[in-house]
Design a protein around this ligand. Structure first.
Ligand SMILES: Nc1nc2c(ncn2[C@@H]2O[C@H](COP(=O)(O)OP(=O)(O)O)[C@@H](O)[C@H]2O)c(=O)[nH]1
Ligand SMILES: [Mg+2]
Length: 170
């Protein structure tokens, strides 16, 4: 195993997350630091009308671990994630939701599982996983994932998770 500390960029897409973004970034910074992980947080905000970006800039002024990108006149989760991955400076990139759907306490687990692999998926369908939703929605999502798994012939159980860690190769 390498003695080099793990260096990770965590990409957080945000739209109207003023209630979550400051505590979330604070907890990501604390938990990764406690685990000896070098971290950069890349927030891609689509000019949220609730002032998400301003709240973040005010809470962490000049913090070099934070890269805040505000997109004007553009919306969309997928393109926001892509922009964040492009702008990530560290060799490992993680993506997660910004509303505590994906919890920072699990981020360290996902990250420490990565060395030796290309991709780690934080799955909703493993012990300790789950969704904050009704049992019916959870079962429907599980069934859809099973179909995706069979159609693609892959072994991964959660093919629609946004909680990922991956090695950035380019
Ligand atoms: N930048 C950006 N982030 C978005 C957009 N839509 C959703 N998000 C963020 O993506 C994450 C997941 O969105 P959410 O609405 O909670 O999806 P759900 O949990 O699947 O219902 C959250 O962190 C949102 O703030 C968007 O258009 N642009
Ligand atoms: Mg959510």
């Amino acid at each position: 195993m390498s003695d080099q500390p793990l260096a990770v960029s965590v990409v957080l897409p945000t739209y109207n997350e003023i209630a979550n973004i400051v505590p979330l970034v604070g907890e990501i910074l604390e938990r990764t630091q406690a685990a000896g992980i070098q971290v950069q947080v890349v927030v891609v905000d689509d000019d949220s009308p609730d002032g998400t970006a301003a709240a973040l800039a005010q809470a962490f002024p000049g913090d070099p671990r934070l890269k805040l990108i505000v997109r004007k006149g553009q919306r969309g989760l997928a393109t926001a994630l892509w922009r964040g991955i492009e702008q990530a400076d560290h060799p490992v990139v993680a993506t997660m939701d910004s509303d505590f759907n994906h919890h920072p306490r699990d981020l360290v687990k996902v990250l420490t599982a990565l060395p030796g692999h290309d991709l780690v998926i934080g799955s909703r369908y493993v012990p300790g996983g789950g969704m904050n939703t009704s049992v019916l929605r959870f079962r429907c999502s599980q069934a859809f994932n099973l179909l995706v798994r069979l159609a693609l012939g892959v072994k991964t159980r959660d093919n629609l998770s946004g909680f990922l860690a991956m090695a950035k190769t380019t």
